[in-house]
Design a binder for this molecule. Structure first.
Ligand code: KG4
Ligand code: ZN
Length: 336
């Protein structure tokens, strides 16, 4: 079975072709970083317009690389949420149009769920359920108990900024480029992670929820103090980046492993762009020791991409046996 995956929920326009449930024939991602960099974050209106320009060229490139034509597609899998409404509409309407033209089914999938499925696609071994899933991306932070693919229980989520969003906002405070995560990670390598005592926030009554707006404000105030008399030095910038990164990693690792140990979880699967952060991975490895198996997504499946959308769609379709109705609407939020 050949599945076409389409992703357009934020600032990446992506198409992928998948054979079966994991053989990636092509995985094309057109990033819009150049447009949004100027504004230090994603500008929804600009993202939507760019998706319109890019979706068909990206589809053509995906078909070309896979050496396939449209008629060879058996299923179309597309992100229907969560994300920016205008951006989602471009991908979803493209999927519906192809589905109608080819008389082939299409299936709408949850972008956050697909980030977790990316980790399953990255490893040959079969994961034992229940396991724990952690999504840390630009738009989402979610800790979920995975009973099986498609069956989840939300354990924790952010009450303010997503992890990647916090990295991007702190990077902006430090006058770094967008996306800020990789820039912060680079500076942090030269910094002292214990110079500033930043700490992740606790949410009363919800021990596994995340709150990062407090750290962001602490960085802002520290920056103001440091720059009140003289410009920020390179070392101070590195120390701020390292202390922020340490605080965020400690918070995420502590909450995730506390839940895992308490509930005898043997495997954690990860998803989302922030999983590229080496310090986060190292923290997990150090703190987990051999108590839990840690499954990370491969580099080509960690950031937004359409191969994970095709993978999850193909799996769900094989279980369900039918596609979605043409009435399916995009959703900015989808509760777990
Ligand atoms: O998963 P993704 O492509 O987007 C969403 O679905 O939202 O992740 C993008 C996010 C950005 O916020 C970016 O700053 C962050 O992932 N990111 C990182 C790193 N690489 C990407 N954050 C920290 N360290 C990194 N190395
Ligand atoms: Zn994403």
């Amino acid at each position: 079975m050949i599945t076409l995956g389409i992703e357009s929920s934020c600032d990446e326009t992506a198409c992928a072709l998948l054979k079966g449930d994991r053989k990636i024939l092509s995985n094309i991602v057109a990033s819009q970083i150049d447009i949004h960099n100027e504004f230090g974050g994603v500008v929804p209106e600009l993202a939507c317009r760019r998706h319109i320009d890019l979706i068909l060229p990206v589809l053509d490139e995906a078909l070309l690389q896979a050496k396939l034509n449209l008629n060879q597609i058996d299923l179309i899998s597309v992100t229907y949420g969560p994300g920016l409404i205008g951006a989602l509409l471009i991908g979803l309407n493209t999927a519906k149009a192809i589905s109608m033209a080819l008389k082939k089914p299409f299936i709408g999938v949850n972008h956050i769920e697909a980030h977790l499925y990316a980790s399953l696609m990255s490893h040959e071994e079969n994961v034992k359920f229940p396991c724990l899933g952690l999504v840390v991306s630009g738009g989402h932070t979610a800790l979920v108990l995975i009973k099986a693919v498609g069956h989840y229980e939300l354990i924790g989520q952010t009450v303010d900024d997503a992890v990647g969003e916090a990295f991007d906002k702190v990077a902006k405070l430090l006058s770094l480029r967008y996306p800020g995560g990789p820039e912060i990670e680079k500076l942090a390598k030269e910094g002292n992670p214990h110079r500033f005592p930043f700490k992740g926030g606790q949410v009363k009554g919800y021990p596994f929820h995340f709150s990062l707006s407090g750290i962001k404000t602490a960085v802002l105030y520290t920056l103001r103090d440091l720059t009140s008399k003289q410009p920020l030095s390179h070392q101070e910038r590195c120390d701020l980046a390292a202390s922020f990164q340490r605080a965020v990693c400690e918070d995420i690792v502590h909450k995730t492993l506390t839940y895992a140990h308490k509930h005898n979880i043997s495997t954690i699967i990860f998803g989302g762009g922030v999983t590229n952060n080496r310090a986060l991975r190292q923290f997990f490895v150090e703190k987990a020791q051999d108590s839990v198996k840690l499954l990370w997504p491969s580099a080509d499946l960690s950031l937004d991409n359409a191969a994970m959308i095709a993978g999850l769609g193909s799996f769900l379709y094989s279980q369900r046996g039918y596609g979605d109705s043409i009435e399916l609407e995009p959703l900015t939020r989808i509760p777990f």
